[in-house]
Design a binder for this molecule. Sequence first.
Ligand SMILES: C[S@@+](CC[C@H](N)C(=O)[O-])C[C@H]1O[C@@H](n2cnc3c(N)ncnc32)[C@H](O)[C@@H]1O
Length: 295
Amino acid sequence: MGDLMSTPAHIPVMLSEVLDYLQPQGDMVVIDGTVGLGGHTRAILTKLSPRGQVIGLDRDAETLRCCQALLPSDPRVTLVHASYGDLPSVLEQQAVPGVNGMLLDLGLSSFQLDYPDRGFSFRQDAPLDMRFDQTTGEPVSHWLRRTDEKTIADCLFTYGEERYSKRIARQIKRSPAMETVQDLKEAIRKSTPPAFRHKSFARVFQALRIVVNQELDHLDRFLSFFTDYLLPGGRIVIITYHSLEDRLVKHRFRDAARRELIQLLTKKATIPSDEEIQNNPRARSAKLRAALKMA
Ligand SMILES: C[S@@+](CC[C@H](N)C(=O)[O-])C[C@H]1O[C@@H](n2cnc3c(N)ncnc32)[C@H](O)[C@@H]1O
């Protein structure tokens, strides 16, 4: 597990924009669907009354434990180990029929990148796992073992936009072992030119993380039901870090707006300021979209 004391804090992305669009206040009930280390939640809590409420979800039990330890004890916060894709059952368990705000800040946190044993980062050796939730699904190593070369190449191309996808997939299948970060890096090293190779590392790791966590499926599921649980006048904010995620949010939001279920608050995606990107490079690919639930 990551060491809380030595882990640099995860800086919440586009925090002032999130607060502007979400407008948390008074007795509102807000869902933080990707609570992480609670960066956004902490700021939202400062805007709520003593009777307000934040329900924070995360698929990663380790992150949730750290979030619990980091957030000052506050009766207004409920943390739940669940995917935002399963929000309906979480709300049913909490006996909350509708909420005033929803936030998703997708992807992974800097804290998770630093986990020594989960394989999220190509910068340190570890078992090749990359699951957010280690209680379900399969590690990347298993997926690579049972998946054919063409499917792997397609995944690296689609989710990582990796131009050497076919060569890397061939090398992955030829490798004697594919159990660790080093095994995967070696396969990438053998199939890409040295210039910009670290970009291939980043693209391949991102693609495999998206696949084993079925990230687009969870997002798609959430986008198919969120209007049923947002109260009239309620607001939703989604921050994405990948063009496929942003496209999904854009199309689903437009579709809901056409059906007069929501009003778009961002005609075009909002992006972070140059200053924020300078202070927090993780923000550089962020795109924020927001909407208001109609009556
Ligand atoms: C970018 S971080 C969120 C950081 C958080 N906003 C903060 O300020 O501390 C994304 C988090 O979403 C979690 N996550 C990813 N997919 C999820 C899902 N389908 N449901 C719930 N949490 C998810 C990850 O485990 C990670 O902790």
